[in-house]
Ligand binder design. Sequence first.
Ligand code: SF4
Length: 440
Amino acid sequence: MDARLLPYAEKQAPRYTSYPSAPHFGGGVDGARYAQWLGALAPDAALALYIHVPYCKRICWYCGCNTSAEHAGDAEAYAATLLKEIALVSSRTRAKQVAEIHWGGGTPNVLSPQLFDAIMAALGSAFALKPPFSHAIEMDPRSLTRDQIRAYAAAGVNRASLGVQTFSPHVQEMIGRVQPFEQVARAVDELRSAGITAISFDLMYGLPGQTHGDLMETLSRAVTLAPDRVALFGYAHVPWFKSRQRAIAVDELPGAAARFDMAAEAKAFLTAQGYEAIGMDHFAKAGDPMALAARAGTLHRNFQGYVASRTDALIGLGPSAISALPQGYAQNDPAVPGWRRAVDTGVLPIVRGHRLSDDDRLRARIIERLMCDFKIDLADFGGRSAFAAERAALAPLAADGLVVIEGDQLFIPEPMRPFCRLVAQAFDAYTATAQYSRSV
Ligand code: SF4
């Protein structure tokens, strides 16, 4: 890595899965306000549903998600409340057309096939689920059963996103997630046999004890299973936010320069294997909808990261889930007891959010295009004179080659794409008081 770039790699920046980013949400949005927003959706609005399952069989030390270890009865109690929440949300809106369902967590496959079927039946009663629509589920291969796969296939799940992270046994030990290659291979095989043929892998670089060789070996083994998509995330060490990460050996974490080189080598390897680089951390085969969207300039970004299509509204269900409606963002109570209490009393379980201003919307579009396309034309957003302060903030980055500014045109050169969060941050009007993960 060029030594000039090291200070940039060590900077923190939001991942911009929303603008403003979630740490800037406040208490001004509650269940009543969210109900108004839901009520204003047009009947033909296309909806994405995100279902957050807040439990895992075991907790991995590196995890930054809102989840906890499942105990007896948790999954049943969660599903019972979720059914009520689905009915509650649906009763507040005339919008019923579902274009996408995404199950995340946590581990959605802590739910038995029976609980999964019950939730699908509730969604089917509350909304219009007309196939084909995109239906993806995040899975932990360690606990995935054939009965679950059968239930998913019967419900029309058409994308399986497998948490893999690394195939290196010593790194797996250091992150508290031991998962042999054969277990992942078997899950992929069984999913494909059941007709769930779109397979995504989540992999990580920058893990404790992980060397370049470890990462390259993981990638080499991963491609033998031919996933359609690979998401390669840099491990975000944020122990002030996720105390479980205190179990990670900090002195074993690769430094900023090593992380940068790992990401660059991984990209070179995956693109040589026929994957197209998408955004800052995704790779997809040429025919995958995400690759098609990236080529067409229609890639989007939401709380799930990069997505191949835009819907009119994203409705989040389950603890901590965030909804994105035209008027703004609304987040459910992250704590299961609080979420349950609200739903049980017929109240939408919103604890925070953000009402979008016109300025927010403009900046959100700029930041999304930078994160997806790595270029923008300021003429589309009021011209360069409207962004004098932002251009001044970008001047040092431009001097170091991270961004090129020519009149109204801004673009991030290919080798500098890992720094796109820093370029985007110049358009972020919210004071950066929150702590974020490293930009690379
Ligand atoms: S990484 Fe996945 S399986 Fe591990 S604790 Fe987090 S959500 Fe659960």
